[in-house]
Ligand binder design. Sequence first.
Ligand code: NDP
Length: 450
Amino acid sequence: MEYIEQSMNRAKNGNCKGDTLFFQALREVLVSIAPLIEKHPEYLDQHVIDRIMVPNRAIHFKIEWLDDDNVVHVNNGYRIQFNNALGPYKGGVRFHPSVNPDILKFLAFEQIFKNAITGLHIGGAKGGSDFDPKDKSDKEIMKFCQAFMAAFYNSIGADIDILGGDIGVGAREVGYLFGKYKQLTNSYDSIITSKPLSLGGSLGRIQATGYGLVYFTQTLLEDRGETLKGKICTISGSGNVAIHAIEKLYDIGAIPVTCSDSRGTIHDSNGIDLELLKNLKLERRASLEYYTLERKNATYVKRENYVQGSSFVWDIPCFAAFPCATQNELGENCAQLLIHNDVKIVAEGANMPTTPKAIELFVENKILFAPAKAANAGGVAVSVLEMSQNSSLNYLSSEKVDKRLRDIMSTIYIDLKKTCDEHNLGMDLISAANILGFKRVADAMIMQGV
Ligand code: NDP
């Protein structure tokens, strides 16, 4: 359709010059919504696409902090407040050396639609810094988090913009960020989620993205007369999302056999030793290479020995593949390996981990595909439960949170199926997720006027 290229050209020449990841995310949404636009030309008449593809506000700030030797460091900080048509901005904060405005714009853009798909009233945002938390002392992490918050605390608020965790930002960092906000404003407002329990966090929030991913995948499979029970599953990553996906896979009787970190990959054909993995990554913050010291039969492949774009996760034969590390980690070669090994379903735990070429191959080969916008929405859904518990002071048991999470993931699946039926999409859940998310946001924008 004509509007796709016209909008892409406007974006390319305008607000996303040089932004390759944002461009990739934008194209996927614009192509997917073609059946909706055909039925509802009013979205073009109202210029919703032009309005939706530009962030409301993009904040760039300087973070100055002192290391343990009193040496001054300067990092870049960002917050992209992309769209608040459905509610206050909501989205995580990422600390990683690769962070730049392009990555955050793509993540914030995806977050708008993911949040809309949950059916909860929140807008989309993302933030972060190019700060590298690796090998920093606890005191340095604290100082950095305090400087980050001090630099932009007046741009957020419990009804304005609520932060959360992401790569490099876990309970420890969230605690420091929250503590600094409280000190600067003298308020205990819920301006960040994924808080430790003692600071008003929700039971089940840490597990929510990984558990939600498995609930969504299992719901989808059950609807098609299949199950994950007894099946070999491959997982990439070994952070919050990957670890809790592995935990839930064990709970439902599946066999997770791989995990990876930024330095290498583990294959343990007897099933990943979850306690060892948690000890290494959550407690000791150590590299996965130490895994094989205790599990002699497992294999470890270092990143420098990866060949042809494969991380040695995706060449392991499996029934289900769960990319849970980072964007564009599963490319064309990996997709070919998975298809060759007869994978039945790919479910995205990370944000946009599958490249467009790899997605094309999965679609061509009729592999079931659960897109991140739906499959990893459990984290943000439980974050909203955390916000509501903070404001009502009425805290839920972990059983209640888990039940709400299951219900939300299954409602998302039902809504996507309905959208597939309405637009004759078959099992194209990528298009369904984009259409559903876009429609909810676009309708709210139109109702609020220009
Ligand atoms: P964490 O920081 O907890 O973990 C990230 C993990 O991925 C780490 O083990 C890291 O390795 C590994 N990793 C990073 N880059 C690579 C790479 N190139 N190859 C292999 N492994 C890599 O982050 P999360 O688990 O929270 O987030 C993972 C993904 O899930 C991200 O895309 C995030 O945006 C998405 N997500 C997270 C949510 C959440 O609730 N946390 C919610 C929704 C989406 P190392 O240990 O060496 O650093």
